[in-house]
Design a protein around this ligand. Structure first.
Ligand SMILES: NC(=O)c1ccc[n+]([C@@H]2O[C@H](COP(=O)([O-])OP(=O)(O)OC[C@H]3O[C@@H](n4cnc5c(N)ncnc54)[C@H](OP(=O)(O)O)[C@@H]3O)[C@@H](O)[C@H]2O)c1
Length: 269
């Protein structure tokens, strides 16, 4: 029976019920960094993972105020998401240091050889793209599972892309990898909810103002975009909602965040 929340304050009524202990791959920059900031400001403790310790240290320093304002802590561990042993050690380390794990955010990803058409695109870069973007998401999930399994209402949220739904020439490997994330999300969601009560969802953004997009498109275009551009913080809010208790029935879903672009018909209205 639903109880009228008369005793709740307005703040409590709009509270999302966010996770308190969060691990984030790719947390040293872009979308992962924005997620870390949002969770920290909401009072969570956060562990960020990336390959470069220097980038992790700089990110942790930039997050110190957010951690102080929320009262949680920020820790970092260097690991490559494609390295199963390193990721198992990293998730274990983070879980120990922040007192367990309620949520995993998978934001580590690469876009390699962007713009190269099929005749020039290398098999090696196609393989690397799948290894980081798809296998890396699976490895991170596997590494987090023993820790998430010990908590109630645990979640995994993966950053996919609108590139899993629409394509442009010169992005074949990236498009394939993000298409795979849609079904990886669904498959993990179905299995892990049944076996561990863990929800798995993803967010699929169009272009976001991050170092990756600036590297691919250049500062001039990113500063004067002729396309709708969103911020890393926009994506962090979608991630936060999907990982919150308010989304307890949402599982296996890929949330497009693209200003409605992929919903548009070719009908000439
Ligand atoms: N920006 C966009 O327009 C956009 C749009 C749709 C989807 N996305 C997706 O959003 C996610 C985050 O990207 P972003 O835009 O925030 O880019 P970003 O700023 O380049 O962040 C990606 C992060 O992933 C880490 N990373 C890359 N390879 C890794 C590996 N093998 N192991 C561990 N960490 C690794 C990088 O850190 P290190 O270099 O230190 O490892 C970096 O911090 C990606 O999956 C991307 O495909 C981005």
């Amino acid at each position: 029976m639903n109880e009228t929340p008369t005793a709740a304050t307005a703040t409590e009524r709009v509270s999302l019920g966010l996770p308190r202990r969060v691990a984030i791959t790719g947390g040293a920059s872009g979308i992962g960094l924005a997620c870390a900031k949002l969770y920290l400001e909401a009072g969570a403790s956060v562990g960020i993972i990336g390959r470069s310790q220097a980038k992790l240290d700089a990110a942790a320093a930039s997050l110190a105020d957010a951690a102080a304002s929320g009262g949680g802590s920020i820790v970092s561990v260097a690991a490559d998401v494609a390295d199963e042993a390193a990721m198992a050690a990293a998730l274990s380390d983070i879980s120990t240091r922040i007192g367990g794990l309620d949520a995993l955010v998978v934001s580590a990803g690469v876009a390699l050889e962007t713009g190269l058409l099929v005749p020039e695109a290398s098999v090696e870069s196609f393989r690397k793209t799948l290894e980081v973007n798809v296998l890396g998401a699976f490895i991170a999930t596997k590494a987090a599972l023993p820790h998430l399994a010990n908590t109630e209402a645990a979640t995994i949220t993966i950053i996919g892309s609108d590139s899993g739904f629409v394509a442009v020439p010169g992005m074949v490997a990236y498009n394939a990898s993000k298409g795979a994330i849609v079904q990886l999300t669904r498959a993990l969601a179905v299995e892990l909810y049944e076996t561990h009560g863990i929800r798995v969802n993803s967010v699929a953004p169009s272009i976001v103002d991050t170092p990756m997009a600036r590297h691919d498109l250049g500062d001039e275009l990113m500063d004067n975009p002729n396309f709708p551009l969103q911020s890393a913080e926009d994506i962090a809010w979608s991630v936060a909602y999907l990982s919150s208790r308010r989304a307890r029935a949402v599982n296996g879903h890929t949330m497009l965040s693209d200003f409605g672009y992929t919903g548009k018909s070719s009908f000439p209205a």
